[in-house]
Design a binder for this molecule. Structure first.
Ligand code: FE2
Ligand code: FE2
Length: 501
């Protein structure tokens, strides 16, 4: 979202302090604490559209807009027009702004995707039904001018109203201290924000915000959890990590299903090499999360059709480091993040970001490198089509020959891929059945929609009308309980409908 690190943690700390001041019931307080972390996690759902609307860099645009009141469209426009294309020629700026004005309405329609993706992630993390439902209201406003459903007042669940106040308060506190927070609350109470909660926050602002001025915001946020802490148990970890990977894969229409594909290939290869069950599990889990750092790089870069500039390459090369940092705190995730972030290193020291060579690359990392290259070549990229299996195998062998990939790892990954495609062919023949009672046709439509194709484009591929595609899609949505293309893509990723070889 273009916010500094630990934005959600700061919001969680203020949420709990404010909830206590407002004497919320224990259950509401706990829900609010969880919502503080999840409110913005659907941000990848609309990233490709946002990047397009904002002229290429949605992260930067969201940074400019962090303090803007979305209920005042002229303010939103003023901020954007001041910042967009700053430093570029008048001609270029005019073009960016014209593009913005034409496309801005599309952004309003993406709120629903954002919410649905957050809800999907909440399900996989084992959150309560109440949390799931409240996430539908992340961008609604007290005065009913929010999106997507223009719900107002008490129709917005109390824990979400609390998080909205806390989120704005901590952002203004960072920008301008307690004074700025007090002025903002006086202005937004009864408009964007619940007036009673805004008043409680205003009255106690200094005390409430003292909690974020601490040496470790992370530790304070963990300590702030009301009641007994929630844990994800060992059995649920795989599902939670797979969901995190799917969330990151949403960032670009080209990478849908990438992370689960890498995980499965690498884990299959690890089994073939006779690694211990613990090591196999680590490889699979590291595969799920190896690209979560993609979320930190603008969708405009991942979707760009022409050659990348030096600056854009710099961003791409940073994504494994983001992965490592995002996962750095809990020891289990730190181990997986370190392993996963090695997937672009190469045996001869020519990879990125650290130019590590063979001696610092464990077996699991070598498998992930070969699996990542295989899976990526199976996927379309902005500058090329998906590559055929035989050609991928030849490339991987060549990479092993030249000493960039590990020979054993390449062999095991290729075997794993053959095994997987044989199994998927069997399933495609109707032997395995699809989740949710989806038909073959509906699966075919979902697969293409998940890759970012419009109804019309899907129709051209499947040789039917766009209308027929729309009907298949409507049936599929009903069967799997989603309402947006991003929600459908999340489902498709989790069920191996996209990303499988
Ligand atoms: Fe990557
Ligand atoms: Fe990757």
């Amino acid at each position: 979202m273009g916010q500094p690190l630990e934005n959600a943690q700061r919001t969680a700390i203020v949420t709990v302090a404010l909830g206590r001041a407002a004497e919320l019931a224990a259950r509401d307080l706990k829900d609010a604490y969880v919502l503080a972390f999840l409110r913005h996690v659907g941000c990848t759902a609309d990233a490709p559209i946002a990047a397009d609307v904002f002229g290429g860099d949605e992260i930067e645009a969201r940074r400019w807009l962090a303090l803007v009141d979305w209920g005042r469209p002229t303010d939103v426009l003023r901020v954007l027009m001041r910042n967009m294309g700053a430093g570029k020629s008048a001609m270029k700026r005019a073009r960016l702004i014209a593009n913005l004005l034409i496309k801005l309405p599309r952004l309003n329609r993406t709120a629903e995707s954002h919410c649905e993706v957050a809800q999907s992630l909440a399900d996989d993390l084992g959150c309560s039904v109440r949390v799931r439902e409240a996430l539908a209201y992340s961008f609604e406003r007290w005065d009913g001018k929010g999106i997507p459903r223009k719900k107002k007042g008490g129709a917005i669940p109390l824990p979400m109203r609390l998080v909205q106040v806390a989120d704005d308060a901590q952002a203004f506190h960072r920008a301008g201290g307690v004074e700025a927070v007090v002025a903002m609350l006086a202005e937004r109470g009864g408009k964007a924000l619940d007036p009673t909660l805004a008043e409680t926050a205003r009255a106690g602002a200094a005390g409430l915000l003292a909690g974020v001025d601490v040496p470790s915001v992370w530790d304070a946020a963990i300590a702030a959890e009301p009641g007994p802490p929630d844990y994800v148990d060992d059995a649920a970890i795989d599902g939670a990590l797979q969901a995190m990977g799917a969330f990151a894969d949403l960032k670009s229409s080209y990478t849908r299903g990438h992370s689960a594909g890498v995980a499965e290939l690498a884990a299959g290869a690890a089994e073939r090499l006779g690694l211990s069950p613990e090591a196999v599990a680590d490889v699979r889990r590291a595969g799920y999360v190896h690209d979560v750092g993609r979320a930190g790089v603008s969708a405009g870069v991942w979707e760009k059709e022409g050659p990348l500039t030096e600056g854009e390459w710099e961003k791409v090369r940073a994504h494994p480091s983001y992965t490592e940092r995002i996962l750095a705190r809990p020891p289990l995730l730190a181990r997986l993040g370190t392993l996963g972030s090695l997937d672009h290193e190469r045996m001869d020291g020519t990879g990125y970001p650290h130019r590590h060579a063979a001696a610092s690359l464990p077996a699991g990392a070598r498998l992930l490198q070969a699996a990542d290259m295989y899976q990526a070549m199976r996927e379309t990229r902005p500058h090329r089509r998906a590559i055929a299996r035989e050609e991928i195998a030849a490339t991987l062998h060549q990479e092993a020959e030249t000493g960039r990939l590990d020979r054993e790892a390449v062999r095991a990954v290729l075997e794993s891929a053959d095994h997987r495609s044989a199994r998927d062919r069997a399933r495609g023949a109707g032997n395995g059945g699809y989740p949710g009672g989806l038909t073959d046709r509906e699966v075919a439509v979902l697969r293409l929609v998940s890759r970012g194709l419009s109804d019309k484009e899907v129709g051209q591929k499947l040789d039917v009308s766009a209308r027929t595609v729309g009907q298949h899609l409507a049936h599929a949505y009903e069967k799997i309980g989603v309402t947006t293309r991003a929600g459908a893509a999340m489902f498709a990723m989790k069920n191996g409908i996209v990303g499988a070889v």
